[in-house]
Every structure is written in structure tokens, then in C-alpha cells.
Write a protein that binds this ligand. Structure first.
Ligand SMILES: *Cc1c(COP(=O)(O)O)cnc(C)c1O
Length: 421
């Protein structure tokens, strides 16, 4: 249930007709549903209600401040992976003690920024990073709370580009070396070790890899405690997948995930943190585009849209599937057509779908990419000097532009020409 449904023959975002937003802001644009964002956050929050916990939204999946404020006001924490994300979360009113700092290459400037602004914890990914944080915190006369991200050597069985928990991946420290690295952490000034962090990948459609990873984390918790470390918090990462194809089997539910967490680490008395991104934002957003032309190719028809790979890169980057539907509900039994659905960018990779069956579409018709709320707008660029497209937030029967479309002048005037030219 995602609040993007046909009503009286027209696709709605909650109670607002999508065509009405298109008329107001122009295409292409992203639109998010507040109700869906809140519903998904609440599902996770409820799934962990058996114990002390914090759901930290992985804001790299969707980082508009309106979204952060909506979730933050509902009690969510934030998982940030850069100084820019930290600043955004703070600007959206999220308190520092609800922000966790992840990422494999935090710079000393980023560490300083988070330590002076307030931070719940740093998830440390290597010994050099740990030493750097120790030096920064000591120089500032403060203590930095840390977990250490362990790499459990578990294959998340997901897309190669978003698997992060196998031996050869760049993330965390090998779990086999945890003893040694925790001992180092305990010996360094300016750090307080509070727990363990793990994140094995994204778009997981099976709970089994989580079970393997969390079981290893539970064993490690007991071992580290026996070695004298106080482990009071477990950050179990994000990664729960969403159904990108409606026809496909649904991935596991947050409720089952919460139950799995209770089964694997629930008896340790630790505060639980999770960092879901995609499952909160993915199905809470759609991308709406107009059909510019329907072009007859040699052996196929091309649907040429005004959205392109710079607006939604997932198909080009991950070979990802997005359901693409007409904004006007097709009449039942309408003859389906087969299209290659493409954008106007000068790359063959600018193809959203090949040989896609969908109801016949004409030039001027609006279409919607479903499940585009996560890793959509945040990964967009101005390639081909195409302006970043607007983001719109809907709540009930109201909508607001939460990021306007820049003008060409806005874009062009960012360049400066050296005086010697
Ligand atoms: C990307 C990421 C997440 C979120 O992953 P989703 O698949 O969007 O839930 C959480 N934690 C870390 C450390 C990440 O890198």
C-alpha cells in the first residue's frame, strides 16, 4: 500500500491528481507521499518495539529537508555519510544525538563538524580512521562515542554494486580481526567504544543473510564483553529490499525483520539501531514524465520521454527495473504495445526499459515511474545541462514544491570564466 493509486481513472498521489501537479510544476518531477514515508518508518519502529531502539533513516536514499523534517518530527534518527548530509539533517531540525555518522572515508573536517554540532555515534570503518578521530576528539577536549563496523563476510546475494559485507568489499574491518581492533580502540584517548556496527548491503530480498550476519554480531558481542569491552548498542545497518516489480514475490516485511533481530540479538540487552533507507523512501516516491515522441524504429517503437538517465540513473547504473505506468488509467482490455522507453540524453545507456509491454501511449501523455523515491533525486545530475528536476511533497489533499526547478541562468551562472580568457 503506497498511496499512488488510480481513482476515477486518474493516478493520484494521496488525494492529489498527479496530472494537477504536472500542470502546476511542469515535467519531469518527483513526488513523494508523506503518508507512505510515515507508514514505513512506523512499521520499523513498531517492529522493534520489544526493546530500546532507534530507527535511523539512511538519508542518502532521499535527502530533501522536507522529508527529513517529516521523519525527524516522527521520532526518526538519521544515518549520515558525509558532512553535507550532517549539515542537512541539522538544518532540518534533527538533533545531533539522533544522528549516526557512517561511511568509509570520514575526513577530519567532517569529524570536527559532527563533534562540535553533536553526534550520537561514529561508525568507524578502519584503524587509520579511528586514530584520526582519536586525535580530533583529543584536540577538541571531547570524547567521541564509537561503534566499529565489522565485515561479517556474508554474501547479501544482491546487485554486485550494492553488496558490502563480503571479504573483498571495502567496508568495515574483517570480523576475524575484531578483538585486536577493539583493543586498539580501548587504548586510544578521546574515544568511547559503545558497540558494534554492521551493514551487509542494499536491496536484500531474503532474510537469511541478515540472520547469518546478526548471529555473528551476537557471538562477537559475547566475545568482546568477555574481553572487557562494554557493548551496549548494536547498529544493524539497513538493506531491506522493496518490490520493484509488482508482479514479483514481495520481499520480507519489517515485522519479520524485527522478529529476526529479536531472535538473533534480542537477549543481549543492547539498544538496537537500524538504518533503513530504501524501504522507507523507495515506494514513497514516483517520477512523473511526459512523452515527447513515439518513434518508429526499424524493429521496435521508442517511447521518448522528457526524463532521462540524469534524473533517474538506477536503470543505467544497476540495470534496475522500474514499473512505468500511464497517469491516465488504461481502459480494461486496452491493447498493450511494446516499447523501448528512453530519455533524450546522448547515450544508449539512457534507456529505462527495453521491450516493455505497456498500454499504448501517445505523444504528450504523462507516465509515472513507480518506486523511484529512493536513490532517485539524490543521484541525479545536470548531465547535458538538464536542470535538476523539482521535488514535490504531498500530504492528503495538499502538495508543495520542496525543491524548485532551477532556471538555465541558475545553472549557467555557477560557472566563472577566468579573467585571462
Ligand atoms: C546505504 C546504507 C544504508 C541504507 O541502505 P538501504 O538499502 O537503503 O536500506 C544503511 N547503512 C549504511 C551504512 C549504508 O551505506
Amino acid at each position: 500500500m503506497d498511496h499512488f493509486l488510480y481513482r476515477d481513472g486518474a493516478l493520484h498521489a494521496e488525494d492529489v491528481p498527479v496530472a494537477e501537479i504536472a500542470a502546476a510544476v511542469g515535467t519531469p518531477f518527483y513526488v513523494y507521499s508523506s503518508a507512505t514515508l510515515l507508514r514505513h518508518f512506523t512499521l520499523f519502529d513498531d517492529a522493534l518495539s520489544w526493546g530500546d531502539h532507534l530507527v535511523c533513516f539512511a538519508m542518502k536514499s532521499a535527502s530533501n529537508q522536507a522529508i527529513l523534517k517529516l521523519l525527524g518530527d516522527a521520532g526518526a534518527g538519521m544515518d549520515v555519510v558525509s558532512g553535507g548530509e550532517y549539515a542537512r539533517a541539522r538544518a532540518a531540525g534533527v538533533p545531533g544525538d539522533r544522528i549516526v555518522f557512517s561511511g568509509v572515508g570520514k575526513t577530519v573536517d567532517e569529524m570536527r563538524m559532527a563533534l562540535s554540532g553533536g553526534i550520537r555515534q561514529f561508525n568507524i570503518e578502519s584503524e587509520p580512521e579511528m586514530r584520526a578521530l582519536s586525535a580530533v576528539a583529543t584536540a577538541m577536549g571531547v570524547t567521541a562515542p564509537i561503534t566499529i563496523r565489522v565485515n561479517p563476510d556474508v554474501d547479501a546475494k544482491t546487485n554486485e554494486k550494492i553488496a558490502t559485507g563480503r571479504k573483498g568489499d571495502k567496508f568495515g574491518i574483517p570480523i576475524s580481526r575484531a578483538s585486536e581492533v577493539y583493543a586498539l580502540a580501548a587504548s586510544l584517548p578521546g574515544l568511547k567504544v559503545i558497540g558494534i556496527d554492521v551493514h551487509i548491503g542494499s536491496q536484500l530480498t531474503d532474510l537469511e543473510p541478515f540472520r547469518m550476519a546478526y548471529t555473528k554480531v551476537a557471538d562477537l558481542t559475547r566475545q568482546l564483553r568477555a574481553e572487557g569491552h562494554e557493548i551496549t548498542r548494536l547498529d544493524l545497518g539497513g538493506g531491506l529490499g522493496i518490490p520493484y516489480e509488482r508482479s514479483n514475490l514481495a520481499p520480507p516485511l519489517p515485522t519479520d525483520y524485527g522478529e529476526l533481530i529479536r531472535e538473533t540479538v534480542g537477549d543481549l540487552g543492547c539498544e538496537i539501531e537500524i538504518e533503513p533507507g530504501r524501504l522507507i523512501s523507495g515506494n514513497a516516491g514516483i517520477l512523473v514524465a511526459s512523452t515527447i515522441y513515439v518513434k518508429e524504429g526499424e524493429d521496435r517503437q521508442f517511447l521518448i520521454l522528457d526524463a532521462a538517465m540524469n534524473d533517474l540513473i538506477r536503470p543505467a547504473m544497476y540495470g534496475a527495473h522500474h514499473d512505468i505506468i500511464p497517469v491516465v488509467e488504461p481502459t480494461p482490455g486496452a491493447e498493450p504495445a511494446k516499447y523501448d522507453i528512453v530519455g533524450p540524453v546522448c547515450e544508449s545507456g539512457d534507456t529505462f526499459a527495453k521491450h516493455r509491454d505497456m498500454p499504448a501511449v501517445n505523444a504528450g501523455d504523462l507516465v509515472a515511474f513507480r518506486s523511484a523515491g529512493a536513490y532517485g533525486a539524490v543521484m541525479s545530475s545536470e548531465y547535458n545541462t538538464r536542470p535538476l528536476i523539482p521535488e514535490v511533497l504531498v500530504q492528503g489533499d495538499q502538495f508543495a514544491v520542496i525543491r524548485p526547478r532551477p532556471t538555465f541562468d541558475d545553472i549557467i551562472n555557477r560557472d566563472t570564466i577566468p579573467e585571462w580568457l
